[in-house]
Write a protein that binds this ligand. Structure first.
Ligand code: FAD
Length: 494
């Protein structure tokens, strides 16, 4: 899909966490990521995607989140969104995840891909990268397949390039490297997913959840709970499909009754910053295979504590019923014993057969680092074992981000682009094991979060116990080679 996840995501534009940046610099060798230099990459990204809080309206679910947080004394802050205020329309902003009809959203298609197209980049859509071609330890390009869904015809494409930037997302980047036989022993390891689940509250009044942006706030009270790990709680896009798939299944009548009340429901999503990880491998046909066991004790505990937090938020906000994504669990109804309900929830397994678990944030499966045994790319972003192949997506994260990853991804990719630019403009450095990029151009600190804090003062102690065509070129870029039925970018307008 040309544009990737930023086409359908929920616009939450979050700065990378300082402590996570510290881990990346000190534990993984990404020199400068914890300092001013990287701040400038982050500021430049926030400026280009027009992150601001002017469109961060709190719809009813966010008002419930704010009310619950206020009563419990938990910290909630307004989120910056990459939404252009002059085109923002709250009446249809809630449908953003199905594609933005307003043109307000400043996703990759309207920003960085537009810039690349304007600078003369050729973009091949409906074309899947099959294999990176390597000769004597250096890449010479990419073999790909173009498919026309209208006719079913396909054609092989070869892109000749001295440098290839892989950005297929954390679920597919390792698969491409594995199909190509490159990347070393860490390819596909360390897959982080930010395991997530939703908890719904049924309220007395209609919640009008289609109105306003899907996400406009971050509850970060438990973000740094244990050893830097924890969880955050946010709003979600109202979606019948997601809610129907998540809702308890008892029988058809019961399901219909639950869905008939969905207009009165507000849902929160909880996102665990995972210490444990899963894997990406390939099957015999070269297709990606993903596993994720959630077997880390800290992650399991945080997943359950996060459920408790979301339940307590709904209760504090006045919910009449509280629902979990569990096939067996009856909802809690006001008047019933909340602690007994929470105790039952704590006994449910996370994932299959228990509380529904999903992921919107895939990361770290071709990570950067100083050690070729535990990382795929050098701290510059270029592969340890193959010159000219660079990682430019979330798979490069040394650890999970702990926050919504879009801005971290873009800033890290911008940093990597600085190293690649240096190599392209100074061939003497082509084999250099560069660790420190040319300093990025100075930009003004981006004020997206000015006046954004909504700190709720504690009302009491927290109660928790979270074809063949040959295309020559210097650089082949992974994302534009992918795609489906998007219009060619040069016709797009910012
Ligand atoms: C519902 C939802 C809501 C989200 N909301 C937010 C949010 O509010 N804020 C935030 O920060 N993050 C959010 N995210 C996460 C964020 O969108 C992703 O983390 C981010 O887009 C990942 O970027 P990426 O470049 O790693 O991969 P992607 O954006 O997934 O891009 C990978 C691209 O590569 C293409 N591709 C894959 N394989 C190949 C191949 N073999 N050849 C060629 N092309 C290929 C894919 O089609 C895709 O276009 C959300 C995600 C989801 C699913």
């Amino acid at each position: 899909m040309l544009g990737g996840g930023s086409l359908v995501n929920w616009s939450n534009s979050v700065r990378p966490r300082p402590d996570v940046r510290g881990w990346w610099a000190q534990d993984h060798g990404l020199t400068g990521v914890d300092g001013d230099e990287f701040d400038r990459h982050v500021d430049a990204v926030l400026q280009r995607i027009s992150a601001n809080t002017d469109c961060s309206d709190f719809n009813s679910p966010h008002q419930r989140l704010e009310e619950g947080a206020g009563k419990l004394g938990w910290h909630l802050r307004t989120a910056a969104l990459n939404v252009a205020p002059d085109r923002y329309d709250p009446d249809i902003a809630g449908f953003t995840g199905y594609g933005d009809q307003t043109g307000a959203k400043q996703g990759t298609l309207k920003t960085f891909l537009q810039d690349a197209a304007s600078a003369g980049t050729r973009i091949l859509v409906r074309t899947r990268a099959d294999r990176i071609v390597v000769d004597d330890g250096s890449t010479t390009g990419v073999e790909a397949t173009f498919s026309d869904p209208a006719t079913g015809a396909s054609a092989k494409v070869t892109v000749q390039a001295r440098h290839v930037v892989v950005a297929c997302g954390s679920l597919e980047t390792p698969a491409l490297l594995l199909r190509s036989g490159i990347g070393g022993p860490a390819v596909g390891k360390n897959l982080h997913l930010h395991p997530s689940t939703v908890v719904g509250g049924m309220y007395a009044e209609d919640q009008d959840s289609w109105w306003g942006p899907p996400q406009a706030a971050i509850l970060d009270e438990f973000a740094d709970k244990d050893e830097g790990y924890g969880y955050i709680i946010e709003g979600i896009q109202h979606s019948f499909a997601l809610l129907a798939a998540t809702a308890r299944w008892k029988d058809a009548t019961d399901h219909k009754e639950v869905m008939a009340k969905v207009g009165r429901s507000s849902w929160f999503v909880g996102i665990v910053q995972d210490r444990g990880s899963g894997t990406v491998s390939v099957d015999e046909a070269g297709n990606a295979v993903h596993t994720y066991p959630l077997d880390d004790e800290l992650d399991q505990r945080h997943f359950h504590e996060m459920l408790e937090s979301m339940i307590r938020l709904h209760e504090a906000a006045g919910a009449e019923e509280i629902l979990l994504g569990s096939p067996t669990l009856d909802p809690w109804r006001r008047g019933e014993d909340l602690d007994a309900f929470i105790a039952t929830v704590m006994g449910e397994p996370a994932g299959f057969g228990g509380t529904a678990m999903f992921s919107a944030h895939q990361m770290s499966s071709a990570r950067m680092g100083a050690d070729p045994a535990t990382s795929v790319a050098k701290p510059s972003g270029e592969l340890h074992d193959t010159a000219g192949v660079w990682i430019g997506d979330t798979s490069a994260f040394p650890t999970c981000s702990g926050v919504n990853p879009m801005v971290s991804c873009m800033a890290l990719a911008r940093r990597t682009a600085g190293f690649l630019s240096d190599v392209l403009t100074d061939p003497e450095r082509a084999t250099a094991d560069a660790h420190v990029a040319r300093a990025p151009a100075a930009v003004e600190p981006h004020p997206e979060e000015r006046a954004a804090d909504r700190v709720t003062e504690p009302a009491g102690p927290a109660t928790l116990g979270g074809a063949v065509q040959s295309v020559p070129g210097d650089v082949g870029v992974g994302v534009p080679i992918g795609g489906d039925d998007q219009a060619p970018l040069p016709d797009a307008r910012p």
